[in-house]
Design a protein around this ligand. Structure first.
Ligand code: ADP
Length: 454
């Protein structure tokens, strides 16, 4: 049970008064928790069975706009309801909010009660089931990088997101003194999440002023995505409680390092690591080499799921630890894929392409699909690259813009086959809309450059 409370535990806590509120949440396309705050008495009496939400929640953007062009819903179709079906294995306390528990929901069609194919949990569950049919379980870990700012979200918004001031004045990579100053925020984040059943490993300072990283112990893929989503939510709420703002924008300043979400991946059979072969080079089993070959070959197809906004692509710059090439290496941080835990049971592949803004369900689903393809087709893994991969002219590029990534997503026969046309059409439209919205905007940069001199 990935949650920490059974339904019976929750009922007892409602009776003894320790829980009065149940956050009943789905995960939207952007990876956010959306839903309702139930009075706990109502939840345990009836709503634990199902509740409803407007189906635009899975056809909107960060601003809650209602773009045309989705087959699943529209103004013409009247924006009806989805069923939110609480997954009662995910009940947990929310220790940073008084008297509050949380449950995650699957999203079902209102009429058929079938899973909505493009809902992020359903997208990931489909690939987990395909992998299970081959006899494997996926163990994953997603790192969370973000920036912590001195002021609150409200103050920053009211000042037009200008003069942003990170909480620290210098690069705090692994820096214990500077991160001590941030313990007012980071300690409750670690401890509250741990108490909520999220297996926190550590937090550390990252390679920029005000940049943080939170690491969660690897777990089964669906749990990993749930943990990531809850942790990201908690980081924002706890930062807000402390009068600060946490941002997962991948690149908030062109001169600063961006934030990523590296994804560690390994396959297991009956609780034993299937990527490990003690007799093979690097301890890498043949299975792992096929998986990695698929992961690398199809990286351009699924880059959108690792980098879903215009801003995501601003992170892919040379010499910043953010990768631009579809190659792998052994413990070398300049390649898109890095083999970690060499020659040990912990041997795994880390994808370093994803930004801190990725939706972990979609990102993991797309990568599992690519790995499965590599296994099915027994794809051959090219030799590891060495040295500074940024300068390797022969290495393949990941799409460098949202426009390009949208094109490779839309035209990917592979992703259409394994994720479904409906899912790919849906997310291609989301990607197009994001670009259309950006293209309508006149940026500060254009004005400063051309106002006088054009
Ligand atoms: P580093 O510090 O080099 O990034 P860590 O040892 O901190 O590496 O591990 C990074 C992440 O990898 C952690 O979240 C950890 O739980 C995860 N991890 C460790 N072993 C595995 C594995 N076999 N499969 C997937 N993830 C793993």
């Amino acid at each position: 049970m990935p949650g920490t409370l059974s339904f019976d535990d929750l009922k007892s806590r409602v009776v003894d008064g320790t829980v009065d509120t149940v956050l009943t949440c789905l995960v939207d396309m952007q990876g956010r928790l959306m839903g309702k705050r139930f009075h706990a008495a109502n939840f345990v009496e009836t709503s634990y069975n199902e509740t409803h939400c407007c189906n635009y929640l899975l056809a909107t953007d960060l601003e809650m706009a209602t773009p045309e062009g989705y087959a699943s819903t529209s103004w013409q179709a009247g924006y009806g309801d989805y069923v939110m079906k609480p997954d009662l294995t995910t009940i947990r306390m929310v220790p940073w909010l008084e008297g509050t528990a949380m449950v995650l929901c699957d999203v079902l069609d209102h009429h058929t009660h079938e899973p909505v194919p493009h809902s992020p949990r359903a997208v990931l569950k489909k690939q987990i089931a395909r992998l299970k049919a081959l006899g494997f379980d996926a163990m994953m870990a997603t790192e969370l990088e973000f920036f912590l700012f001195a002021k609150s979200y409200d103050d920053i918004r009211k000042s037009g997101y200008r003069d942003l001031e990170p909480v620290s004045g210098y690069n705090e990579d692994y820096n214990i003194f500077q991160t001590t100053k941030e313990e007012g925020v980071m300690r409750p984040i670690r401890n509250h999440l741990y108490a909520a059943g999220i297996p926190i490993e550590n937090s550390k300072g990252e390679a920029e002023a005000g940049q943080e990283e939170l690491n969660i112990r690897y777990s089964a893929a669906l749990d990993c995505a749930d943990y990531h989503t809850i942790a990201k939510h908690a980081i924002k709420e706890i930062s807000w409680q402390q009068g600060h703002a946490a941002s997962f924008l991948p690149k908030w300043n062109k001169d600063r390092v961006g934030s990523s979400s590296h994804v560690h991946q390994s396959l297991w059979v009956d609780g034993k690591p299937a990527f490990f072969d003690p007799d093979a080079k690097h301890g890498m089993s043949e299975l792992m080499s096929h998986y990695m070959a698929g992961l690398i070959a199809y990286a351009p197809d699924y880059t959108y799921f690792l980098a879903p906004y215009v801003n995501s692509y601003k992170r892919f710059a040379k010499g910043t630890f953010a990768p631009t090439k579809t190659v792998w290496s052994v413990d070398n941080r300049t390649a898109g894929f890095r083999l970690c835990g060499e020659a040990s049971k912990g041997v795994r592949v880390e994808c370093r392409i994803g930004g801190s803004d990725l939706n972990p369900y979609l990102a993991q689903a797309a990568m599992l699909a690519a790995g499965i393809k590599g296994i099915e087709d027994k794809m051959t893994l090219a030799p590891a690259t060495t040295g500074d991969v940024y300068e390797d002219a022969k290495a393949g590029d990941i799409p460098q813009t949202l426009r390009k990534a949208t094109e490779t997503l839309r035209n990917s026969a592979f992703l259409r086959e394994v994720m479904g046309d409906d899912v790919i059409d849906h997310y291609s439209r989301a990607a197009e809309w994001e670009q259309e919205e950006f293209d309508r905007v006149v940026t500060d940069w254009e004005i400063a450059r051309g106002f006088e001199r054009a």
